[in-house]
Design a protein around this ligand. Structure first.
Ligand code: NAP
Length: 501
């Protein structure tokens, strides 16, 4: 049967209404799939951009690249758009496609259970949805990681994680401490430095920083993009080229881009921090790209402000009045901010997901998280994961990655629509072979060069894609059908299950 053949209309549950959930809703409309339920735990869409409202929140991927390919936006205010603007963009796109009305807000998924080619999805409202497919659009960096520091709860002042920013807390003129110097902290710190009376930055490991300037776009420039959308396409292509050919190639082991990137970061530090002692404290002892490269042209300037104190003595504990470091000093604080990152491998959890033979996802992933091509999980037929492990490299647009994954999964669903199978997944062996393929690419990458980061799992295996972007796109262009196992559960398919394509 070809794609113009009679098609079944599957029922699909989308979990989450962030960037990937909205994308799915639009793509399913395009595909003519109408039986779609979108479940969103919060009262608003937007995922990470709804959750993260910290001072200075922005996307460090150029905005014209961090947009859906089919919804270019001439109105981005800056090269790296602020979080609120990105949230407004998703809101606008969701409204334009009528996605917003499709979303069941304030309804989180409690469990999804598989039986005989159907998923039963139970929600916090006690509703049960029966679906042929479940797509987990639950994001990657979602659950805040709190540091295991003794006495953290004993702190007398205000304390919050960057992903749960407390806008009610006055920071102006206050003694503020921030733990962490990752991508989030480096966006917060320059803004905090402007308002806090004193700012104590507790750094465990310094970061390499690439100084890409966050220029504001003029009205004239935006108008020229509105008049000529091809210009947006060109801009997107230029950014994508740069990210792919310099950053991605550098971190996946190509020598020339790695050398260029290394020079740029080292020069930035040399020129940005004149004070030798401070520069030394800010100098990483690992290769550029081993941890996620921080993009900022303002961080070092902030670190040299008089009211900013970089603390590199390790934290011993938190006491009611502040943070005590191992040198015995107590850094007295009014507010303590945790910029300590996220649990990167939680994925769709805490959903109680039960696949074939009632195996739970926690059981399946107890030893190690294993997927096939990031999207398929052995033992969990007709259930797919967006932005799963081994989705390509950091410092690239996750929107571009999501579009590729979405098209790939749609091809798997298309086989079901054509009536070729009712159940599709991969064997454990196939998934293990895929993991081995990922591991083989690891040796060349910067991530394996000796540092600790959320890019590596407990076994030291990358949770990113260790090859080029082009290779990923090419391998994701068509499913390798021989890697999938399919089954007909109910045969023949009843004609009243069908709609015309
Ligand atoms: P992160 O990169 O994991 O950084 C966490 C920071 O907290 C690190 O500096 C870490 O130090 C420190 N830390 C953790 N536990 C600690 C402890 N017990 N004591 C002292 N320090 C501790 O987290 P993030 O900055 O939130 O960024 C996470 C990811 O979010 C990024 O890699 C990126 O993918 C994404 N992100 C993206 C953007 C964007 O613009 N696109 C912006 C923000 C975040 P160590 O380095 O020593 O572990």
């Amino acid at each position: 049967m070809n794609s113009s053949s009679i098609k079944r209309n599957p029922s699909i549950v989308i979990v989450g209404a962030g960037m990937t959930g909205i994308l799915w809703a639009i793509k399913l409309q395009e595909a003519g799939i109408t039986d779609v339920t979108i479940l969103e735990k919060a009262n608003k869409l937007g995922g990470t951009w709804r959750e993260n409202t910290y001072l200075g929140v922005a996307c460090d991927v150029p905005a014209h690249m961090y947009s859906y390919s089919f919804e270019p936006n001439p109105d981005w205010s800056h090269v790296f758009a602020p979080g609120a603007e990105i949230l407004a963009y998703f809101d606008r796109v969701a409204k334009k496609y009528g996605v917003a009305e499709q979303i069941n807000f304030n309804e989180s998924v409690v469990s999804s259970v598989y039986d005989n080619a159907k998923w039963t999805v139970t929600t916090s409202k006690g509703n049960r949805f029966r679906a042929d497919f479940v797509i987990n659009c639950t994001g990657i960096l979602h659950h805040p990681a709190r540091p295991e520091i003794a006495g953290l709860e004993s702190f007398d002042g205000d304390q919050f994680h960057t992903a749960e920013w407390d806008h009610g807390v006055e920071l102006k003129g206050k003694r503020v401490g921030i733990i962490g110097t990752g991508s989030t902290a480096t966006q917060v710190i320059p803004n905090l430095a402007k308002s806090a009376g004193s700012l104590h930055v507790f750094q465990r490991t310094p970061q390499w920083i690439l100084p890409l300037k966050n220029n504001r776009f003029s009205e004239k420039f935006k108008q020229s993009l509105r008049m000529n959308p091809k210009k947006i396409e060109r801009l997107r292509a230029i950014y994508s080229w740069g990210m792919r050919n310099i950053i991605t190639r550098a971190v996946t082991g190509e020598k020339l881009p790695a050398a260029l990137l290394s020079i740029a970061c080292k020069l930035n530090l040399r020129l940005g921090v004149k004070d030798k002692a401070l520069r030394q404290k800010l100098t990483p002892d690992y290769k550029v790209g081993c941890k996620r490269i921080v993009i900022s042209s303002i961080f070092y300037r902030a670190m040299t402000q008089k009211n900013v104190n970089l603390v590199t003595d390790q934290i011993e504990c938190v006491v009611p009045g502040g943070v005590k470091t191992k040198d015995g000093r107590i850094h007295e604080l009014d507010t303590l901010i945790l910029a300590t990152g996220f649990k990167p491998t939680a994925y769709m959890r805490p959903i109680d997901m039960q696949g074939r033979a009632s195996q739970t996802i926690d059981q399946a992933w107890k030893r190690k998280i294993v997927t096939y091509r990031s999207v398929a999980m052995p033992g969990f037929p007709n259930n797919f994961l967006m932005l799963g492990p081994n989705t390509p490299t950091g410092n690239y647009s996750v929107i571009a990655m999501s579009e590729v994954q979405c098209d790939y999964i749609l091809k798997l669903i298309d086989g079901w629509r054509r009536g070729e199978y009712d159940e599709i997944d991969v064997s454990e062996e196939t998934a293990k072979n895929f993991s081995a393929y990922i591991r083989r690419g690891m040796g060349k990458t910067a991530w394996a060069s000796g540092c600790s980061s959320w890019y590596l799992d407990a076994d030291g295996d990358p949770i990113l894609w260790p090859y080029s972007w082009e290779r990923w796109e090419q391998e994701m262009a068509e499913p390798q059908w021989e890697h999938f196992q399919t089954r007909k559960v109910v045969a023949p398919i009843a004609m009243n299950d069908t709609i015309s394509a």
